[in-house]
Design a protein around this ligand. Structure first.
Ligand code: NDP
Length: 327
């Protein structure tokens, strides 16, 4: 038996309960992992509360990421005792996930624990941090240099946002953090590395197709009007890496920023990101994040705190990253 957060559905309402589950209930896969930590991401919030149609088969163990130690492997790439990380691939959505003491998964989905990292640090970074790194790498590949001008990070207090602020500042960019919680989190965002903090409401209004040029780059986790305004404010030739929809999936923009200013819209996905790119992003994130990030930006909770925090994260009320201690 092992401990797991189990989601069931009764009359279309999702119920979450921590309980003991027999090993035989685990799904198929070639690697069995003793999970040490998972983390709470926005998508976990949608899954655990049932507010997003993330899960279609119940019972389901949520947790879109985990770090732990291999206990059995039928794949030559992994041996018992190896430390591994998993993010994405539909785990915690359509395959039992990380919010349990055991997980059985496909070897292809795993990444070996990078040097200088451990399970706790890996999950403080988690899916959100990996995605932030992929966004930053997308901007770098598009030629956005620290000298090009300011980079805007939207949804800055959240998981992706707070890691993006930290990574960009470590790389020498001038980072402007946009937040709906400036009073609460403004100072904290500056401690993470933001040079300036602006109120989300500045970007949430209806924008004209083109506005005064302001941003060399954007990391957007919010979508909707916030992203539309940011695009209208991009510098000539600037790039926006977009990964999220915390403010909605609409994008009420026009073609103007793209056809008159050569703005680039760079879509970022971490779920099906290929292995080599994933491994490289992990290595770079670990190399760049300072020790203070783990202390300043992360809280640790146990499995039974997840349902309440899931409500908070979908309401935009969680700050930074949430590490979930499973074992
Ligand atoms: P968090 O909840 O930690 O962060 C989201 C932040 O967005 C909040 O902290 C808040 O920041 C802001 N926000 C919340 N609600 C609203 C709203 N209604 N309007 C505008 N801003 C809002 O989530 P994560 O960082 O885990 O994820 C962020 C987004 O990125 C999600 O949409 C998630 O699904 C997506 N994502 C995508 C991935 C991919 O592979 N493409 C992978 C990981 C995440 P503040 O208070 O500072 O404004």
């Amino acid at each position: 038996m092992f401990k797991a957060l189990v989601l069931t559905q009764i009359e279309k309402q999702t119920q979450a309960e921590v309980r003991q589950v027999p090993l035989t209930d685990l799904p198929e896969g070639d690697v069995l992992v003793d999970v040490v930590y998972s983390s709470l991401n926005y998508k976990d919030g949608l899954a655990v509360t049932g507010l997003g149609k993330i899960i279609r088969q119940f019972p389901m163990v949520p947790g879109i990421d985990f770090a732990g130690v291999v206990s059995e492997s039928a794949d030559p790439r992994y041996q018992a005792g190896d430390q591994v990380i998993l993010t994405g691939w539909g785990v915690g959505e359509n395959h039992w996930g990380g919010m349990a003491q055991k997980a059985r998964v496909n070897a292809d989905w795993l990444v070996p624990m990078p040097q200088e990292c451990d399970a706790a640090k890996a999950m403080m970074i988690g899916t959100a941090g990996l995605t932030a790194m992929l966004c930053v790498q997308a901007l770098q590949s598009a030629g956005v240099t620290p000298e090009a001008g300011e980079v805007l990070v939207t949804g800055a207090s959240g998981g992706v946002g707070s890691v993006a602020v930290t990574l960009l500042s470590q790389l020498g960019y001038r980072v402007v953090a946009s937040s709906g919680r400036v009073e609460e989190n403004g100072e904290w965002l500056k401690q993470l590395g933001a040079t300036d903090v602006i109120d989300r409401s500045e970007l949430e209004q209806d924008s004209r197709p083109l506005e005064k040029q302001r941003w060399a780059g954007v990391v957007d986790t919010v979508g909707n009007k916030v992203l539309a305004t940011a695009l209208a404010q991009m510098n000539y030739g600037g790039s926006a890496a977009i990964c999220g929809l915390a403010g909605g999936f609409a994008l009420p923009t026009t073609v103007m920023p793209f056809i008159l200013r050569g703005v680039n819209l760079l879509g970022v996905d971490s779920v099906s990101c290929p292995f080599a790119k994933r491994q490289q992003a992990w290595a770079q994130a670990i190399a760049l994040l300072p020790e203070r990030f783990y202390e300043q930006a992360c809280q640790t909770v146990e499995l039974d705190a997840v349902p309440e925090l899931a409500q908070k994260i979908v309401a935009g009320k969680v700050t930074g990253r949430v590490l979930v201690k499973v074992s």
